[in-house]
Ligand binder design. Sequence first.
Ligand SMILES: Cc1cc2nc3c(=O)[nH]c(=O)nc-3n(C[C@H](O)[C@H](O)[C@H](O)COP(=O)(O)OP(=O)(O)OC[C@H]3O[C@@H](n4cnc5c(N)ncnc54)[C@H](O)[C@@H]3O)c2cc1C
Length: 466
Amino acid sequence: MSYDLVVIGTGPGGYVCAIRAAQLGLKTAVVEKRATHGGTCLNVGCIPSKALLHASEAFEEANKHFGELGIDVGTPKLDLTKMQAFKQGGVDGNTKGVEFLLKKNKVDSYHGRGRIAGAGRVEVISDDGGNQMLETKSIVIATGSDVTRLPGVEIDEKTVVSSTGALELAQVPKKLVVIGAGVIGLELGSVWRRLGAEVTVIEYLDRVLPGMDGEVGKQFQRILAKQGMTFKLSTKVTGVAVADKGATVTVEPAQGGEAETIEADVVLVAIGRVPYTEGLGLETVGVATDEKGRVQTDSHYATNVTGIYAIGDVIAGPMLAHKAEDEGVALAEILAGQSGHVNYGVIPNVVYTFPEVASVGKTEEELKKDGIAYKTGKFPFTANGRAKANGTTDGFVKILADTETDRVLGVHIVGADAGNLIAEVAVAMEFAASAEDIARTCHAHPTLTEAVKEAALAVDKRAIHV
Ligand SMILES: Cc1cc2nc3c(=O)[nH]c(=O)nc-3n(C[C@H](O)[C@H](O)[C@H](O)COP(=O)(O)OP(=O)(O)OC[C@H]3O[C@@H](n4cnc5c(N)ncnc54)[C@H](O)[C@@H]3O)c2cc1C
């Protein structure tokens, strides 16, 4: 078979790239080694984790907060098998949706491992050993990422699990130790804490959510601690010993010092993700990777080998589904002769706990490091009418704007529905809005969005409700 474009991997980067390319008239095929489309995100990432976050949040609401609303449902009982089936329903619905969309757009699907056999040639090796050669003008590597392993700690996906195993637990662990206080560790830690686990989070750095705004991290940690999560920061894990039942985690201060042990029924290793290029044949064709194993590309996603491109988690940049999707669209448009583009300055980042955390643009730490003078406007949800009415007053909105021009440089939110609230500021930033622009925009009352408007007013020290 001969194509204009063959995309290897059908995660959010690959399948979106293929659909956009087909829309633009390119004869396109995808190769996927997994039985279902959608990649990490739909199968073992964003979608199943959000389904469990949703279900466990409802459980905790019924357990702890319904009474305050005057609703007496007694003590709710957990049926974890049913909750896992609910999660799987969400996954199946989404992966089938991608299959439908690929067919609808006349993208050919090949199931098997894709290997770049040479310029313009992709070999598809199926599970039964059969193989097929596809000829193509262009190849897109969209093979995503895999979990980062902790040296000396074997992941058996039962007692010591990665995020994939943590989404599949058949029983609520009595004690869960989470190694890593990043997004995935805190989201999955929240799921199991809500369902009854005692959760201890161990982090090498002195803060949670590394890379996000420092003030946000501090406040968020306080909120999670209030909910019952235990944190051991500036602490390194030196070993995990698995026994018949559970495991013993040995830790010591990051800077060195006395070791201690923590018992756990399950240990979740959530220390990040690494680009995945195994068996792809990069060495054969000479595609260059960097020191972190990421495929190197130029600003048009081209690798050093003519006709081979790469997008998503496998290249540099934040490992986020929407970043991969936007790169997929941009690359398809470039290949079709258009001017595809991604604005890396405006990529929202969301933590889907309760409350949520959302940010876009620069953090205070980054602005200080870059020597950019900025003004801060902050508004707490305790002063927002809707948050008060709903009883969801944890958190704040913080807007950072250029001192001289008032242009919005970064927005950081901790609060209920922060992941949706961040969208308006992302649009505003795409249009190079000033804080004044947001402050003068009429926001519906009573909504949580009014906190965004008030934070924009606060940049100019004229918030109304504080
Ligand atoms: C638990 C968890 C929760 C997450 N939650 C979020 C979230 O809420 N929001 C968010 O934005 N991001 C989230 N992410 C990150 C998100 O999943 C990734 O950023 C996203 O999936 C990257 O998309 P991708 O297309 O680059 O790669 P992937 O989704 O990893 O897809 C790559 C695909 O390529 C296939 N493949 C690899 N090699 C080959 C080969 N040689 N031949 C054929 N096929 C191959 C793989 O099987 C896979 O299907 C989460 C991740 C995890 C693990």
